[in-house]
Design a protein around this ligand. Structure first.
Ligand code: 2M8
Length: 498
């Protein structure tokens, strides 16, 4: 642990947990509460984002969760990451959901039947046994998923991670935050066991990046395109509205498939039915094309370059450079790729008129006009030119996003369609704010970074570990006992205030 030489043992949650010595009693209680949530959401093989709303394993959630687990249960952090990467496809993609075979279809929609088309494993969805993907950059079988695909590169993959039976997955991805997560876990306890974990993960993380850099470079300029709003992690962000507008609302898909999310939380706090119908249409298009990426430009209804997703690809390359040094690989190509992604982001997605980054619709060549928080995420890139850094900081301090007693909202507060309740269209999210804070520190904006940290911790202290928060009142919305909120609270608390 980097933050406390001496620690006190405390009980107060379901299992004993070490509390950093620098925390006062109130924050020690916050720490124990957060640790208890991660324990309660641990299934024995992986951590679910939420017991009520998301009962499987999610990709980018696992990255953020590992950062919190590093402080209270590093062994679980590694097992969580292994569990996810055991489900990696032979072409390198890491699925956005890995399904728990013990959870019924009734408990989450869209579940395995939707993603596999109801056919046997391997038709659409795929089962996995944890072998190393074909990390060559050439998708195995032309990009078609191979059930229980075998390693093509010769490195030994074990049969899974000891996590139980082979599992089905979705066929889309999420932002690649896992190299950053793995590095965070390693650097807090860099022992032999952690080095062995990095050795196992490194080729898999490289294959994940390679998939995004090749199969997903639909626009041909070096940025990865997402094929579904869910791939961004910011599902119903206004920055997808224009591109989604071109996708017809097929009412029959919602008659064929019943939503479950709005039975668990208020429908005012979730995507609308029209959006949901489009999400299903886009996912079905990708599924019915066998999850192939060839010729996406001519046949897929949604292709967008997201500034957040691509900034996180760049951050992943920088984390991989550090990991490469530990495992004896060459860090230089990773640094080069991070620099290239940074340049491409500035060239393609920075809009001088708004002073921030905007999503680009690859099908139309148009930027989304919406000012959304993913347009600030390139701050995580240390190589971002000073002009863009200054511009993003100015936007962050403006009334549109300003950090005050509240952290940064997911959308421009002054927009006419800003909605303080509806998911990624206004509410405050912990993971995004954690990333922004880390970016601010990277660029030496410590004052603003500290204000953001205080605002985040106040939210957790006063409102608890909700999925998202009302951007004015701070009231918790969505699922309570949400894993990444708890995990990142631990990470923020772990650091003594300077
Ligand atoms: C939300 O997305 C899922 C679909 O992937 C859903 O709404 O059912 C998003 O907030 C996403 O970013 C997150 O990873 C996921 C699980 O927490 O929930």
């Amino acid at each position: 642990m980097s933050h406390a030489a001496k620690r006190v043992r405390a009980t107060g949650s379901s299992e004993p947990v070490d509390v950093p010595e620098h925390l006062g009693e109130a924050d020690a209680e916050t720490w124990r509460g957060a640790a208890a949530i991660l324990s309660a959401n641990w299934t024995g093989t992986h951590t679910v984002p939420s017991r009520t709303l998301y009962p499987h394993q999610w990709s980018w959630d696992a990255g953020f969760i590992s950062i919190g687990l590093a402080h209270v249960a590093p062994d679980r952090a590694w097992r969580d990451l292994r569990s996810l990467f055991a489900a990696q496809w032979p072409d390198g993609r890491v699925p956005h959901i890995v399904f728990d075979p013990g959870v019924t279809e009734r408990d989450y929609f869209p579940g395995p039947t939707f993603w596999t088309g109801g056919g046997p494993p391997g038709r659409g969805g795929v089962t996995h046994d944890g072998d190393l993907p074909a990390a060559s950059g050439v998708p195995a079988s032309g990009g078609l998923p191979i059930p229980n695909g075998r390693a093509a590169s010769g490195e030994i993959g074990t049969s899974g991670n000891g996590a139980g039976p082979a599992r089905l997955s979705s066929g889309i991805v999420q932002p690649p935050v896992h190299a950053v997560g793995a590095w965070e876990v390693y650097r807090r306890a860099p022992d032999e066991a952690a080095t062995a974990e990095l050795r196992w993960l490194y080729p898999r993380l490289v294959a994940q990046q390679e998939y995004l850099a090749t199969a997903r470079d639909v626009g041909g300029a070096g940025l990865a395109a997402i094929v579904h709003p869910w791939e961004s992690g910011l599902d119903n962000s206004p920055c997808w509205d224009e591109a989604l507008g071109a996708v017809p609302v097929a009412a029959e898909v919602l008659r064929r498939y019943a939503r479950r999310d709005n039975q668990v939380v208020s429908s005012d706090h979730r995507p609308t039915d029209d959006d949901y119908a489009r999400y299903l249409t886009i996912a079905l298009s990708y599924r019915d094309g066998g999850y192939r990426d060839a010729d996406l430009a001519v046949r897929h209804p949604f292709l967008v370059e997201c500034p957040g997703f691509n900034a996180l690809r760049g951050a992943a390359e920088l984390a991989l450079a550090r990991i490469a040094e530990v495992v004896g690989a060459d860090p230089a190509p990773h640094r080069d790729r991070a620099a290239a992604i940074t340049r491409q982001l500035v060239d393609r997605l920075f809009v001088p008129a708004t002073g921030m980054f905007h999503a680009l619709d690859v099908r139309t060549g148009r930027h989304s006009p919406a000012r959304c928080v993913n347009g600030l995420l390139p701050l995580v890139l240390p190589g971002l030119p000073a002009a863009q850094v200054a511009s993003l900081v100015a936007v962050l301090e403006s009334a549109r996003f300003g950090v005050d007693s509240m952290p940064v909202p997911s959308y421009d507060r002054s927009a006419v369609d800003f909605d303080p309740f509806r998911y990624w269209r206004g509410p405050v999210w912990f993971n995004i704010n954690w990333l922004l804070r880390s970016g601010l520190r990277t660029h030496g904006r410590d004052g603003l970074a500290d204000r953001l940290r205080s605002a985040l911790l106040d939210l957790a202290r006063n409102s608890g570990y909700y999925e998202y928060f009302h951007p004015d009142s701070g009231a918790g919305i969505g699922s309570p006992a949400f894993s990444w909120t708890a995990a990142l609270t631990l990470d923020l608390l772990a650091e003594p205030m300077g």
